[in-house]
Write a protein that binds this ligand. Structure first.
Ligand code: ZN
Length: 212
C-alpha cells in the first residue's frame, strides 16, 4: 500500500485536466494503486460537475424544449464509456519493453538513467527514468527546480522515509537527499523535471538583435 501521496492541489489540477501529460501520467499511475487518492479525485470530479451545473441557466421556451428533446431522441444512443486502459498497457506503450531491459545509461556508481522526454512531444518538462541497483546508494544531491517522482519498481529510502512502488514524491531545489535502494529489486523511478525556459545570451540576441 502506498503511503506517499500527491498533494490535494495536484489532484485538483488532475481532475480539472490542467496537468501536462507527464505530470498527469505520474498521478494516473499512483491512482491505479491508491484508493484514497482515487476517492479524492472522484469527489473532485463530482464537485466539478456540480459547479458546471451551477452556471447561469438560459431560459428555454416550451416549444424549444420539445424540439431539443426530439433532437436528442433522434441522435444515436451513446457509446458505452470506454474502460480505462490498464496501467501495464500504459507503461508498455510508453517504454516499449520490459523496464529492466531498456537501454539504460550508467551514470555513476549504482545509478543508471534513461531520458524519455521525446516520448512526450510538445511538453515542456524533462522526463527521466532512474535506476538504483538493489542495495545501491546514490550520492547526496539536490534538485534543479521541482522534481516529481513516482516509484515504478522496488523501493528507496532517504531521510524522509521509505518510498515503495507507486509512492509519489515531490522534491524541490531545497531538498538534499541521499537515496538508498532497499529490497531485493533494483529501484526504478520516473521523474518529471520542471524546465523553466532560460534565455541564453544567443537566444536573447536572436529575439532582439538591436539590444546586444
Ligand atoms: Zn494516494
Amino acid at each position: 500500500m502506498t503511503r506517499h501521496h500527491p498533494e490535494s492541489l495536484s489532484l485538483m489540477d488532475y481532475s480539472a485536466g490542467n496537468l501536462s501529460e507527464p505530470y498527469a501520467l505520474c498521478i494516473r499511475l499512483h491512482l491505479d494503486e491508491c484508493s484514497l487518492c482515487r476517492s479524492r479525485v472522484d469527489t473532485l470530479d463530482s464537485l466539478g460537475a456540480v459547479m458546471m451545473e451551477q452556471q447561469p441557466k438560459v431560459s428555454v421556451s416550451e416549444s424549444m424544449f420539445d424540439s431539443i428533446l426530439a433532437k436528442i431522441d433522434s441522435l444515436p444512443s451513446p457509446q458505452p464509456v470506454a474502460k480505462p486502459v490498464p496501467r501495464a498497457s500504459v507503461l508498455q506503450k510508453l517504454l516499449g519493453d520490459d523496464i529492466n531491459n531498456l537501454p539504460w545509461k550508467r551514470q555513476l556508481g549504482d545509478v543508471s538513467v534513461l531520458d524519455i522526454t521525446e516520448k512526450f512531444p510538445g511538453q515542456n518538462e524533462q522526463v527521466v527514468l532512474q535506476k538504483l541497483v538493489s542495495g545501491g546508494k546514490a550520492p547526496a544531491h539536490t534538485h534543479r527546480g521541482t522534481e516529481t517522482t513516482i516509484v515504478l519498481q522496488g523501493a528507496f529510502a532517504d531521510q524522509n522515509g521509505v518510498f515503495n512502488q507507486w509512492d509519489f514524491v515531490v522534491l524541490t531545489d531545497q531538498d538534499e537527499h541521499k537515496p538508498v535502494a532497499v529490497g531485493c529489486e533494483d529501484c526504478i523511478t520516473l521523474s518529471v523535471l520542471s524546465a523553466p525556459v532560460k534565455l541564453t545570451g544567443t537566444f536573447t540576441r536572436m529575439l532582439n538583435p538591436f539590444i546586444s
